[in-house]
Design a protein around this ligand. Structure first.
Ligand code: GLC
Length: 482
């Protein structure tokens, strides 16, 4: 058995703020369990649900040198659908009200602690991984600490590391002096060829320099991050390591997201009967949200973190025009930057029958939107992979996306000459290009319903389950283990 340890800051069903949690929560199960013993390690946050914490059992504790102190490290354990999860406990660092705090220095401190604690705990819990698979900046110091101090120990001698980039924008940066002080790493590590970045220390960069292999979550994003527009200042490093960098598309859990078998939607449907049944979910959604109940009206869904990344400034630019003239309804679900939350609240007030703003996190409502909407809007500025468009495809809700990152790799634009495609897309980050694309989709929907339904059929026939991508990870693991 090959042993793989996933290290991350979040995973479904334990704690989630974004797509990272979906991936860390579903990829381990998709790997071949005959051949790989995959376990996951996360921090134990006080803000996890009580019923989740009740499932954890205490394994052991120890004290670790960190930030000039002896710090308590507790290790807990839980099983979820056949996978063992470990949790690193330290109340002074992880007893926050929300998963992340927005206090950059504190975040660096707690995840540097987590990274060192993960490595320190392994010999004690007697799990000797062949590969530690690290996710995003929070675990960037694992490959660094491994090379710096742990690898001298026989236990760690053959351990390899993989660093997966889910979002290059977040890097964990702070001034070198304080990071040196907190982490106990010597000045040797803080030069521009290692952790230093524009005079700051950069934890993700550490992971990207020291990991044995690097992946990101779509082939297109793997290319994009070698350019200055998408590279977030690390494009030079991404080019330098391009031989070790690969893009592997995320999948989604096809059991959880299954329109034919989804307890969260009122009228389950399949590729055979969506023509009759899907629309009932639209009516149910309109009713629940107080929109005009009209099965014919073109309904566009948005389920997203409300951040710059997702293209909301394009929407802000043309939403008034769309709502004031088009026969359209828009349903929004998500939380995030206040200016976008308020924008949607304003339009909800002004066009109450046409737009429903749900500024909250609501899993049931998200499934109702994937099932009930006709189209799904995702005009991202950049998108490492994107999961919502995969869920929409699965539910036959046609994505309208910008051609970037994983969106470009997963949505095939409708081609009226060949009758192919699974959605609609536009190339440039331009509000009117987006609006034209929405209107084109609208026109097909209203005037060529048979054609529309054919696209829905194509969308529902795609396969973005983990089957394909898990095999690509396995190939990489085997290549690394040798
Ligand atoms: C981040 C990215 C998103 C990706 C997800 C999981 O949230 O922004 O594109 O799908 O991570 O990899």
């Amino acid at each position: 058995m090959k042993k793989i340890l996933f290290a991350a800051s979040e995973a479904v069903p334990f704690i989630k703020s974004g797509g990272l949690a979906d991936v860390v929560g579903s990829l381990p199960k998709a790997l071949d369990s005959q051949y790989y013993d995959v376990r996951v390690i996360l921090p134990k946050y006080a803000c996890m649900k009580q019923e989740i914490k009740d499932k954890m059992e205490f394994v052991l504790n120890f004290y670790m040198d960190f930030d000039w102190q002896q710090m308590y490290v507790g290790v807990l354990k839980a099983e979820d659908r056949g996978i063992t999860y470990y949790f690193i406990d330290n109340e002074s660092l992880f007893s926050t009200e929300t998963i992340y705090t927005g206090d950059a220095l504190f975040e660096i401190k707690r995840f540097a602690f987590f990274s060192k604690a993960v490595l320190s705990a392994l010999p004690l819990i007697d799990f000797q991984p062949d590969i530690i698979h690290c996710h995003d900046w929070q675990t960037g110091l694992i490959p660094v600490y491994l090379k710096e101090r742990f690898q001298g120990d026989l236990f760690f001698h053959d351990v390899k590391t993989v660093m997966t980039i889910h979002n290059l924008k977040f890097q964990g940066r702070w001034n070198v002096q304080e990071v040196e002080d907190i982490t106990g790493l010597s000045g040797y590590f803080f030069t521009p060829d290692k952790l230093e970045f524009n005079k700051d220390a950069n934890l993700l960069k550490g992971g990207l320099v020291y990991a044995d292999a690097i992946t990101t979550v779509s082939p297109t994003y793997a290319e994009e991050i070698k350019t200055s527009f998408y590279g977030e200042g690390l494009e030079g490093l991404m080019n330098a390591r391009s031989g070790d960098l690969r893009g592997i598309l995320n999948g989604i859990d096809y059991e959880e997201f299954d329109p034919a078998n989804d307890p969260l939607i009122a009228y389950p449907y399949s590729i055979q009967n969506f023509r009759k049944v899907k629309v009932k979910n639209k009516l149910a959604l309109q009713k629940k949200l107080g929109l005009v109940e009209d099965e014919k009206c073109f309904l566009v869904g948005i389920v997203s973190r409300l951040t710059d990344q997702k293209g909301f400034d394009l929407i802000a630019h043309v939403l008034e025009e769309i709502l004031s003239t088009d026969a359209i309804q828009v349903v929004v679900l998500g939380t995030g930057e206040e200016r976008y939350e308020n924008m949607f609240r304003y339009f909800d007030w002004k066009y109450h029958e046409k737009l429903s703003a749900n500024i909250t996190y609501d899993n049931t409502l998200s499934h109702m939107i994937y099932a009930g909407a006709d189209a799904f809007l995702m005009p991202s500025l950049f998108e490492p992979c994107g999961l919502a468009q995969l869920m929409s495809l699965r539910y036959g809700t046609l994505p309208i996306v910008r051609e970037t990152g994983g969106l470009k790799d997963t949505v095939k634009p409708y081609n009226k000459f060949e009758g192919t495609g699974t959605g609609f897309s536009f190339a440039n980050y331009n509000a009117h290009e987006m609006m034209r694309t929405i209107r084109y989709a609208e026109q097909i929907y209203y005037d060529k319903k048979r054609e529309w339904n054919k696209i829905v059929e194509h969308a529902m026939s795609e396969n973005f389950s983990w089957d394909v991508s898990a095999k690509q990870y396995q190939l990489m693991y085997d290549w690394l283990i040798g």
